[in-house]
Design a protein around this ligand. Structure first.
Ligand SMILES: NC(=O)c1ccc[n+]([C@@H]2O[C@H](COP(=O)([O-])OP(=O)(O)OC[C@H]3O[C@@H](n4cnc5c(N)ncnc54)[C@H](O)[C@@H]3O)[C@@H](O)[C@H]2O)c1
Length: 531
């Protein structure tokens, strides 16, 4: 039997292209699947399908509770396939099976359920407050935007897709989803489950293919009303520029260089495990990883020695083996980029205390591998201390005072995540409050809870995903006001607005006292607010 092939999904149909490409395991080179390589015409077709579905209105007029129920059915369907889909994720992007199971599937399903519930409880329309002294009632509405573009990366494909697609659909929008070319399978499986759960045709469309042209064309498409993007800061800037053309709404989740501060009183075994977990989880390919470890100078030698000892025991290898701690990186290009960063670090005077190369031996002759790596002795200004590496690399810097640690932590173009470790919670909280980041973890890392918004400050992004306000970013505010005074003719102020004689301007109409006290006192209800 051949490997599965995945066409595009447009207007409720699977649409193949002449151009196909291979998806191979980054660990073994195994051919996992083939996918269609879409182009500009497919983006146009998908956007047209999404616009037509929005205009038809079936989905946006579906009661929010029914939309929520459909999202829950998708969560049920993913849950039923969890082991199979977790293995598929590991084969496709090299995430270890433990991480695929708990994070890529388990956490994604939890977020999908939380976001589904928001649809059921969201105030799509509510009465506005009284507008005294106007005899006017009002409605405050939140309406879907229309066609939403979701552009996602390969490192946590299902979760970041759900962060966009679930609130967009929960709010009644239609979507064109563009997965990353390296890891489109889970987003495609998600679309298939939405279709199977009864989502109307055209409401969710998927175009696989390269960032340029597929993502670039989608981000610039005039019909698209919002772009929700997760990926590199560089492409995020291009998305922002493209969105400017038609003033699209934009949410950006970009890169990071998370500072992880170890305070002097922190417990050694705890921080060693925590520092490695922060830096190396998901094979070091997490945007909110803790990749800059800030340690007290007086404890640096002890901490580095313990880190190196502990990291030596990590098992690098087959992502499908439950005993594996660290798997491969996504591609040859990414491996070479990481090794290039390490070469540059050495050239800038840093020491590689552990790892720093591709491993040798059985299993490592194919695939894309980088050893778990600990870098020491880098200047805080060195590229390895400032730029995102996106691989299993931890850079250790030292500080002399807590103020210096906070300054070093905040001296970054990024502001996605940060962490503090201390035996004294109040002390840790004091430092946490001073860190410029969207998410600060105390004595922990990678805490991605559905009820907490995810996102960063500075060049780590724009806006937040998930959390209790997730639907706000996929709706537009609209107000409706209702006159209840029997028409404008009954308003004494009407003549002033429509050009009563100039000498009348400023003079109160008969029976209306313009003094502030008088405004509330008119027996007819007071219309002075119009002036
Ligand atoms: N903040 C977060 O939530 C978060 C989460 C995961 C990953 N990331 C970031 O993603 C990056 C890793 O992914 P990457 O390097 O593959 O990202 P990337 O920016 O190269 O690609 C991300 C997506 O954008 C598409 N794309 C590429 N060029 C494009 C263009 N010109 N116009 C429109 N779309 C385009 C890609 O095809 C892919 O679908 C890291 O920087 C990481 O920090 C951030």
């Amino acid at each position: 039997m051949g490997v599965p092939h995945h066409p595009l999904f447009i207007a409720g149909r699977w649409v193949d292209t002449a151009d196909r490409y291979d998806l191979r395991s980054p660990a073994t080179g195994e051919l996992v699947a083939t996918a269609a390589r879409g182009g500009i015409t497919h983006v146009d077709q998908a956007v047209d399908a999404a616009a037509a579905a929005h205009a038809a209105g079936d989905w946006r007029r579906t009661p929010p509770a029914e939309r929520a129920a459909l999202l829950h059915r998708v969560a049920d369907r993913l849950q039923a396939r969890l082991p199979e889909l977790a293995a598929l994720q590991s084969r496709e992007n090299g995430a270890t099976i433990r991480v695929s199971t708990a994070l890529h599937l388990g956490l994604s399903i939890a977020h999908l359920r939380y976001l589904a519930d928001l649809a059921g409880s969201y105030a799509f329309e509510r009465p506005g407050p009284a507008m005294d002294p106007l005899p006017t009632a009002g409605l405050l509405r939140r309406e879907p935007l229309g066609v939403v573009a979701a552009i996602v990366p390969w490192n946590i494909p299902l979760l970041v897709t759900i962060w966009k697609v679930a609130p967009a659909l929960a709010a009644g929008n239609t979507v064109v989803l563009k997965p990353d070319e390296h890891a489109p399978l889970l987003p495609l499986e998600l679309a298939a489950e939405f279709a199977a759960a009864g989502l109307p045709a055209g409401v969710l469309n998927v175009v696989t293919g390269d960032g340029d042209p597929v993502g670039a064309h989608l981000a610039a498409h005039p019909t698209v009303r919002k772009v929700a993007f997760t990926g590199s800061t560089e492409v995020g800037r291009a998305i922002l520029r493209a969105a400017a053309g038609t003033v699209k709404r934009v949410t950006l989740e970009l890169g990071g260089k998370g500072p992880n501060i170890i305070l002097a009183d922190a417990d050694l075994p705890l921080v060693v495990d925590g520092a490695l977990y922060a830096a190396l989880a998901n094979n070091g390919q997490a945007c909110e990883a803790g990749t800059r470890l800030l340690v007290p100078a007086a404890r640096q030698a002890e901490i580095v020695e313990a880190l190196v000892d502990r990291a030596k025991g990590l098992r690098l290898g087959d992502p499908l083996d439950p005993a594996t701690d660290v798997g491969p990186v996504i591609s040859a290009g990414q491996r070479d980029r990481i090794l290039g960063r390490l070469a540059a670090a050495r050239a800038e005077g840093a020491t590689i205390a552990l790892g720093g190369a591709t491993p040798t031996g059985p299993g490592f002759d194919v695939g894309y591998w980088v050893e778990p790596t600990v870098v020491t002795g880098a200047a805080a200004t060195a590229r390895i201390a400032r730029e995102e590496v996106f691989g299993p690399v931890l850079t250790v810097l030292s500080y002399d005072s807590v103020d210096e640690a906070v300054a070093l932590a905040n001296d970054s173009d990024y502001g996605l995540s940060a962490g503090v470790w201390s035996a004294d919670e109040a002390r840790a909280l004091d430092v946490a409050r001073r860190l410029d980041a969207g998410m600060v973890y105390v004595n922990d890392w990678h805490v991605i809870h559905p009820a907490y918004p995810f996102g960063g400050t500075k060049q780590s992004g724009l806006g937040r995903e998930g959390g209790p306000d997730a639907l706000d970013a996929y709706t537009e505010q609209k107000i409706i006001t209702l006159d209840r005074a029997g028409g404008l003719a009954n308003r004494p102020a009407f003549g002033l607005v429509l050009g009563a004689p100039p000498e009348g301007l400023g003079a109160p109409p008969a029976g209306l006292d313009a003094s502030p006290a008088g405004l509330g006192a008119s027996p007819e209800g007071n219309h002075g607010g119009l002036r």
